[in-house]
Design a protein around this ligand. Structure first.
Ligand code: GLC
Length: 564
C-alpha cells in the first residue's frame, strides 16, 4: 500500500485509512474450496488457496459466517458465536487461516450476525422454556393472551407471519428472517453486553473488522405499528416499519465506545445502511463515532436487470450517494455478493460474445469509483448465473419457501422459476471454478450446489494462462488502483449524465485528473465529456486493440484516461 500513515480519526473523505484503500474480496466459504471431499467448502480449502488470494493482489477478505450453525440460512443462523461450524472445520483451522492471511498481508473481516441468532442457540433454547427464564428477554415474545401480534411478513416467506406461535409458553416469537432465526432483543443490555464480549473475543484473536449483517433491523419500534399492505415485499420501504428504530444509533455508539474504539485499526461495514444517502451517512459520519463504511442497497435493489431499470437511473444512485458523502463518511462500491445474482448477468451481458468484455468493464467500474471496493469471489473469472430449471436444484431457504407457498396456493410456478433464473441468490453461490477437472476442482465429492457447466472454459487454471483473461485484467486493475491515489481519494464528477449507454466520470486529486469511460451497452456508443482529449493518455483498456478515437466507445468498452 502506498499510504502508511494511520490515525484513529478520519474527518474528511481524503483522510487516509487502510480500509479506504483496500480491495476487499468476499469469500462465501461454502462455495470456495472443499478440502475433505464432503462437497462443502471449508477453512482448510481456503488455506490451500491463500497463495491465489495473494496473487490477485487483494488487501482484505470478508468471510461470510463460519460460526456454528444448523445452516437453515447457510450460517446466518448462529447457534454458537464462539465456535466454528463443523462443516467448515475447527478453531485450529481458523487460527491457521488468520495467521496465513496475515503472513500474506491480507486482513480478515468477519460477518457479525446479531440481529438474530439460530433457534438452536443456547440463549433461545433457554428463552423458550418459560416466561420467567433468565434468557426470556433476549428475544421478542408476545404473550397469546394479548391477542394475535401485529402482522409482520418474514423476509424468507413473505406470506407467513413473522410472529411464530410457540406452544411451550403460549407465546409468539418474532423472526424477520426464517422461522429458525429469532430476532434478538437489543433493548436488553444483557444481550448487548454478550455481543460486545463476543466481538472482543474475535478482535482479540486478531481479526481486522466486522461486516454488520442486517443491523438496521436491530432497533425496532416496540409498538409494532400496522403494516400497510402495499409495502409487502419492498425492502427499502419496509425499513421504517421493521428497523431503523429510535435506539439504532445509540446501540452503535455504545458498541463503538465499548468495543470498536479499543481497536482503532479495525474496519466496520454497515450492511443495509438505511433507506437514503442521509440515513446511510448517519452510520458512518465520523463525528458520530459509529462505523466506518456504509454498504447501501439502492444500487442492487434497483431491479432485475440493467435493461429494465436503465443506466441513467443507475448512474443517478451512485451520484446522489457520492454527493452526500463527498466531504466526509465513506461508501462501499460493489455489484454483487452472496445475496445477488452474478454481476455480469445483472449489469453486463453474459452471452458467449460479451461475457468477458462486459465483466472487465464492470470490474473497471468497481475499481475506479469512489468508495471501498467489495469484490465477490468468482467475478474475477467472469462467472455467470447458473439458471436452474428445477426447484430441486435449489437449496436456498428463500427460494424454497416461496416456491412451496406458491405451490400450496396454486401460484404460477413456471413464472416463479423463470424469475429465479435471473434473481436467485444461488446464481452467485455456485462453487468456484478452479480447473477443468470434475466439479471444477472444487471438490472430489458431490458439490452441495451444482457447478456451472461453463467451468470447462471458465476456470482459474485456464484463465491464468491467458494474459488477457478477466482474471489477469482484475489483477491489473487492482494494481492500477493501488498505484493511483486519485482513484481512491479523488473527487468524483459525473459527465454526460443523460447518456443511456455510457457511464462517464472523472476523479480528481491534487492536480491529477482521471477520466473513466464505460460503455454499458452492446452497441458502439458516443460520449460527450466536454473534455479536450487531445493530450490525454489511455492508461487502461479492456480491448486489446487500442484506438485513437476516445469519444466513440466499442461494445462494453472500458477506458481509463489520464487527462494531464
Ligand atoms: C443478510 C445476509 C443474508 C442473510 C440475511 C439474514 O442480508 O447477507 O445472506 O440471509 O442477512 O441473516
Amino acid at each position: 500500500m502506498f499510504i502508511t500513515a494511520q490515525s484513529q480519526e478520519t474527518k474528511t473523505s481524503t483522510d487516509k485509512k487502510w480500509w479506504k484503500e483496500a480491495v476487499v474480496y468476499q469469500i462465501y466459504p461454502r462455495s470456495f474450496k472443499d478440502s475433505d471431499g464432503d462437497g462443502v467448502g471449508d477453512l482448510k480449502g481456503i488455506i490451500s488457496k491463500l497463495d491465489y488470494l495473494r496473487s490477485i493482489g487483494i488487501d482484505a477478505v470478508w468471510l461470510n459466517p463460519i460460526y456454528e450453525s444448523p445452516n437453515d440460512d447457510n450460517g446466518y443462523d448462529i447457534s454458537n458465536y464462539r465456535e466454528i461450524m463443523k462443516d467448515f472445520g475447527t478453531m485450529q483451522d481458523f487460527d491457521l487461516l488468520l495467521k496465513g492471511m496475515h503472513e500474506r498481508g491480507i486482513k480478515l473481516i468477519m460477518d457479525l450476525v446479531v440481529n438474530h441468532s439460530s433457534d438452536e442457540n443456547y440463549w433461545f433454547q433457554e428463552s423458550r422454556k418459560s416466561r420467567d427464564n433468565k434468557y426470556r428477554n433476549y428475544y421478542y415474545w408476545w404473550p397469546a393472551e394479548k391477542g394475535t401480534p401485529p402482522y409482520r411478513w418474514s423476509f424468507f416467506d413473505v406470506n407467513s407471519n413473522a410472529w411464530k406461535y410457540d406452544a411451550q409458553t403460549d407465546s409468539y416469537y418474532l423472526h424477520y428472517f426464517s422461522v429458525k432465526q429469532p430476532d434478538l432483543n437489543w433493548n436488553n443490555p444483557e444481550v448487548r453486553n454478550e455481543i460486545y464480549d463476543m466481538m472482543k473475543f474475535w478482535l482479540d484473536k486478531g481479526i481486522d473488522g466486522f461486516r454488520l449483517d442486517a443491523f438496521q433491523f436491530a432497533s425496532k419500534d416496540p409498538s409494532f405499528p400496522e403494516l400497510p399492505k402495499e409495502i409487502v415485499g419492498k425492502p427499502l420501504e419496509i425499513i421504517k416499519y421493521y428497523g431503523n428504530g429510535s435506539h439504532l444509533h445509540d446501540y452503535l455508539q455504545e458498541m463503538n465506545r465499548e468495543v470498536l474504539s479499543k481497536y482503532p485499526n479495525a474496519m466496520t461495514v454497515a450492511e443495509g445502511a438505511g433507506d437514503s444517502p442521509k440515513a446511510a451517512m448517519k452510520f458512518v459520519d465520523p463525528d458520530r463515532k459509529e462505523l466506518n463504511i456504509a454498504y447501501h442497497f439502492e444500487s442492487v435493489d434497483i431491479g432485475k436487470h440493467l435493461s429494465d431499470f436503465g443506466l441513467v437511473k443507475y448512474k443517478d444512485i451512485f451520484s446522489r450517494y457520492d454527493e452526500t458523502f463527498k466531504d466526509k463518511g465513506w461508501l462501499s462500491i460493489f455489484m454483487a455478493n452472496h445475496d445477488q445474482p452474478r454481476m455480469v448477468s445483472k449489469f453486463g451481458n453474459d452471452t458467449e460474445k460479451y461475457r468477458e468484455l462486459s465483466s472487465k468493464m464492470l470490474t473497471t467500474f468497481v475499481m475506479t469509483m469512489r468508495g471501498t471496493t467489495f469484490y465477490y469471489q468468482g467475478d474475477e473469472l467472469g462467472m455467470s448465473n447458473i439458471r436452474f430449471d428445477n426447484i430441486e436444484d435449489y437449496n436456498d431457504v428463500d427460494t424454497r419457501n416461496k416456491h412451496q407457498f406458491l405451490k400450496e396456493n396454486n401460484g404460477d410456478l413456471k413464472a416463479f422459476l423463470e424469475g429465479q433464473k435471473q434473481t436467485s441468490r444461488e446464481n452467485g453461490r455456485t462453487p468456484i471454478q478452479w480447473n477443468a477437472d470434475a466439479n471444477a476442482g472444487f471438490t472430489v465429492g458431490k458439490p452441495w450446489l451444482k457447478v456451472n457447466p461453463n467451468y470447462t472454459k471458465v476456470n482459474v487454471e485456464t484463465l491464468e494462462k491467458d494474459p488477457n483473461s478477466t482474471l489477469n485484467y482484475f489483477r491489473k486493475l487492482v494494481q492500477l488502483r493501488k498505484n493511483n491515489p486519485v482513484l481512491i481519494y479523488g473527487k468524483y464528477t459525473l459527465l454526460d449524465k443523460e447518456n443511456p449507454k455510457v457511464f462517464a466520470f472523472t476523479r480528481e486529486l491534487e492536480g491529477k485528473k482521471t477520466l473513466v469511460l464505460l460503455n454499458f451497452s452492446a452497441d458502439n456508443a458516443t460520449v460527450n465529456t466536454g473534455i479536450n482529449l487531445n493530450n490525454s493518455k489511455i492508461i487502461s483498456s479492456n480491448y486489446q486493440e487500442m484506438r485513437s478515437n476516445k469519444s466513440i466507445l466499442r461494445p462494453y468498452e472500458a477506458l481509463i484516461i489520464e487527462i494531464n
